[in-house]
Design a protein around this ligand. Structure first.
Ligand code: ZN
Length: 400
């Protein structure tokens, strides 16, 4: 972030310098053109119009010489200012290089993408992202080139979802309303406000587009009868209040917030959230989440690598690439499942090393359990946290 601010301030400096120079140059060039035009007029006035006409007078050579000198001076000034600006632009490049890391090889992990299975997962994530963006033909082309197939039923929800979002961006709530009717029961179970928000927008659209037809607007307000939540009732009262300004238009009324573009963005977001929840999808595509989390993690990883190299323990980072050497600060929206870190071995649990529950209720990793079991001569192991004893085979795997 600091890097962005530094680069931005350098950029603003160059832009403001550029604008000042532009104004000065334009003024100088205009003046110079005017002087040259005058010189031209002077030459024409004092030259014979055709060969038969006698020479009228000697042109004012001093004036013309002065005009030429002025033009040369202006051209020189423009060229100098261009050189100065160019120096600023190249300095900006250096500031970008200095403030942003371009070399990520140190934390690169090529083995993460080795093998067809892993590459297929990556292609699938990219295709899903493209489908979510409505770029079906691009997604299908990628599937074809990656020699992959995606179930038609998997792609269909994205097509529908995207078509509705496009309609909403065009201020057309009809397809979204149709969708809410079809899923009303599930939406009500989720206490969704989507249907209310859509009717509200449609009502405002009618006010905006057909102010001369109050009967149709009042007729539409019947849709609000089924919304009985306190907040919605108050909001409907306000909507009805806005009808007082039908003739003069909402733009000049105390209800001008009702025609804000933000309401359309908000309803698109609510629709995406509800549709994804009903389809069992996350609101953002896995690829988007990975990129966002990567942007959070990379500065931390570069920082820790720098610190480890300074203490000559950089090799640890290379040897433990399967596991991050530090905890990455995850925003709550991106926490999808619980994690378990073994209190004995301080390792995060994995498919090969899952958490195991002992009879007393304490949980340790499978590796820790095996070590305990191997280190004791008896058939029983003792819990590392309490006096209870049990057979290692009685420990139960915990699925998180
Ligand atoms: Zn115990």
């Amino acid at each position: 972030m600091e890097g962005c601010i530094t680069v931005e301030s350098e950029l603003s400096r160059i832009i403001s310098k550029f604008e000042t120079q532009k104004k000065i140059n334009e003024r100088n060039v205009d003046e110079s053109i005017q002087i040259l035009e005058n010189a031209k007029a002077e030459l024409l006035a004092r030259s014979p119009m055709d060969t038969d006409e006698p020479v009228r007078a000697t042109p004012n050579t001093a004036f013309i010489r002065q005009a030429t000198k002025n033009a040369k001076d202006v051209a020189g000034k423009v060229s100098t200012s261009h050189r100065e600006l160019h120096a600023g632009v190249s300095r900006l490049g250096k500031v970008i290089d200095k403030n942003f890391t371009a070399d990520f090889n140190a934390i690169n992990c090529p083995e993460a993408l080795l093998g067809k299975e892993k590459l297929d997962h990556l292609s699938q994530a990219i295709v899903e992202y493209l489908f979510r963006q409505g770029l079906l033909d691009v997604g299908n082309k990628l599937l074809e080139e990656a020699h992959m197939q995606m179930d038609e039923t998997k792609a269909r929800p994205f097509v529908e979802l995207n078509a509705i979002l496009v309609s909403l961006s065009e201020h057309n709530v009809a397809p979204a309303l149709q969708w809410t009717m079809e899923h009303r029961e599930q939406l009500e179970q989720r206490h969704s406000v989507l249907e209310y928000k859509l009717h509200r927008l449609q009502f405002i659209e009618l006010i905006r587009r057909f102010p001369h037809d109050p009967r149709a607007i009042l007729e539409y307000s019947r849709h609000f009868q089924r919304f009985r939540c306190n907040d919605q009732i108050k909001d409907v009262q306000r909507l009805m209040g806005s009808l007082l300004f039908l003739n003069q238009g909402l733009e000049k009324s105390p209800y001008r917030d009702l025609i804000s573009q933000d309401l359309w963005l908000d309803v698109s977001e609510t629709f995406t959230k509800e549709a994804c929840a009903l389809l069992g999808l996350s609101m953002e595509s896995p690829l988007t989440v990975c990129v966002k989390m990567g942007c959070r993690a990379i500065p931390m990883l570069l920082g820790i690598r720098h610190a480890m190299l300074n203490h000559q323990v950089g090799d640890i980072l290379n040897n433990s690439r399967q596991e991050l050497p530090i905890e990455v600060d995850v925003v709550p929206d991106y926490l999808y499942h619980s994690r378990f870190t073994c209190p004995i071995l301080r390792q995060q649990s994995s498919e090969k090393n899952p958490p195991m529950r002992l009879n007393c209720g304490h949980v340790i990793s499978k590796d820790a359990l095996m070590r305990l079991s191997n280190s004791t001569k008896s058939t029983k192991i003792k819990c590392p946290y309490c006096p209870s004893e049990q057979s290692a085979t009685d420990a139960k795997r915990i699925h998180l």
